[in-house]
Design a protein around this ligand. Structure first.
Ligand SMILES: Cc1ncc(COP(=O)(O)O)c(C=O)c1O
Length: 433
């Protein structure tokens, strides 16, 4: 029995089945590669689910962690605060779009950041309703599950969910949902379900992550800004997956020129250590009473030290520009593959947040989740870790560390091409039109 198989059996016996995992038990990782318990090497196109924008164990990040561990590992910011937290808040306040005073607070997970953004918006507006979008993903806590617009695997069986959460359509040009239709759907919501004057916040991922790497058309984001201004609603950009240089800008919403009121960040910020945050207008951020925000571990000093190093590395290594180049390389290769394989219905994304959608028939666009799973399995056999996404589980997302060397990127794209060939060969009986 291989070590991986043995660990898989132990995991099945000791960990609940709801905690789904791949079968790759890692023992070592470096930049864009990792090695499993049996010594197999993989190229990592999952990046810890969009966390390792600066790669596994970036030397600068690891040095910052080690150096902070020499001083103190935890005090709780509420008990004995530290300068590095304040300085990280200053840095994010300066980096976030918007020519106005901003403030930031730090937490541990993406879901916690979204929960806090909603708490802050509710306190500020003295309203309760929140609007999110179909296909959106905001986390696995009760409120963020309610906000999430994807039933499987996130919502089934876990209700009832908190009240006053409404979903509007996210525009999806590939599936015929235009910006105009999505805006009409929001209007419908205002007429049929919730008074806009009761809405505290609209929360949107400018590029949907788990929902399938759907890029919100910029005119849609601009229209949302107008709607929020008209009705006094707080606009929250959930940048947990798309933020921190992933799309070629520090925050993905910057591509549209829209300035949100609040931004949630996590994942890439900590470079592999758990850290999240909310950054936004000081007037809104300051609404809540002392003690209403925070938590025991929020802004852990080791995670904060890592985040400073991450921001330094992004700047020093030009990772925003690198994200654009990595994304271009992925796009052009996928577009060439789409010409050979009719099952690739759409190639989309922003910067290095790139995905392709698999369909049984390009005319009907019927989703092909089985083919998607097969491509992932073949890629893994060949040494490339990939993740799927999309409400129909028929989208393959490429999330390489932005620090990936060109040669490794090329190697990974060759493996991907071979895996698509393997899988479409295997799947040929299901006749791709
Ligand atoms: C856009 C978005 N928001 C929130 C979350 C939740 O983050 P976490 O898993 O750290 O709670 C995620 C996680 O994938 C995400 O992609």
């Amino acid at each position: 029995m291989s070590k991986s198989a043995e660990l898989k059996a132990r995991k099945a016996a000791a960990v609940p089945g709801g905690v789904a995992t791949k079968g790759i038990y890692v023992v070592k990782a470096e930049n864009s590669e990792l090695w499993d318990a049996d010594g197999r090497r993989y190229i990592d196109f999952a990046a810890g689910i969009a966390v390792l924008n600066t790669g596994h164990r970036h030397p600068q990040v690891m040095a910052a962690v080690a150096s902070q561990a020499e001083c103190f590992a935890h005090t709780c910011f509420h008990v004995a605060p530290y300068e590095s937290y304040v300085r990280l808040a200053e840095r994010l306040n300066a980096l976030a779009p918007g020519d106005f005073a901003k403030k930031s607070l730090f937490l541990s997970s993406g879901a916690e950041a979204v929960e806090n953004a909603i708490k802050i918006a509710r306190y500020f507006t003295k309203r309760s309703a929140v609007i999110a979008f179909s296909g959106g993903f905001h986390g696995r806590t009760l409120l963020t599950m309610a906000l999430t617009g994807k039933v499987m695997p996130y919502k089934r069986g876990f209700g009832p969910f908190p009240a006053e959460v409404y979903h509007a359509q996210f525009p999806q040009p590939y599936h015929g949902i235009t910006t105009e239709q999505a805006l009409a759907d929001l209007e419908r919501l205002f007429h049929s379900d919730v008074d806009p004057k009761s809405v505290a916040a609209i929360v949107i991922e400018p590029v949907q992550g788990e929902g399938g790497f759907n890029v919100a058309p910029f005119e849609f984001l601009r229209a949302l800004r107008r709607v929020c201004d008209e009705h006094g609603i707080v606009l929250i950009a959930d940048e947990v997956q798309g933020g921190i240089a992933r799309t070629g800008k520090m925050f993905s919403i910057e591509h549209s020129g829209v300035v949100p009121d609040l931004i949630t960040v996590a994942k890439g910020l900590g470079g592999g250590l758990p850290l999240s945050g909310v950054t936004g207008r000081a007037t809104i951020m300051d609404a809540a009473h002392p003690g209403g925000l925070g938590g025991t571990y929020g802004g852990n000093p080791i995670s904060i030290a890592a985040a400073h190093a991450v921001l330094d590395v992004i700047e020093a290594e030009g990772l925003c520009a690198r994200a654009v180049r990595v994304g271009q390389k992925m796009h052009s290769r996928l577009q060439a593959l789409a010409k050979e394989h009719a099952c690739i219905g759409d190639v989309r994304g922003l910067g290095a947040m790139v995905a392709f959608e698999l369909v049984k028939n390009p005319a009907t666009k019927e989703p092909d989740a089985a083919l998607t799973a097969s491509i992932l399995a073949h890629a893994e056999k060949r040494g490339l870790i990939l993740l799927s996404c999309g409400t129909e589980a028929n989208v393959v997302r490429l999330l390489a560390p932005l620090t990936i060397p060109d040669a490794v990127l090329e190697e990974a794209l060759n493996i991907l091409a071979a895996a698509i060939k393997d899988a479409t060969g295997v799947e040929s009986a299901r006749a791709v039109a």
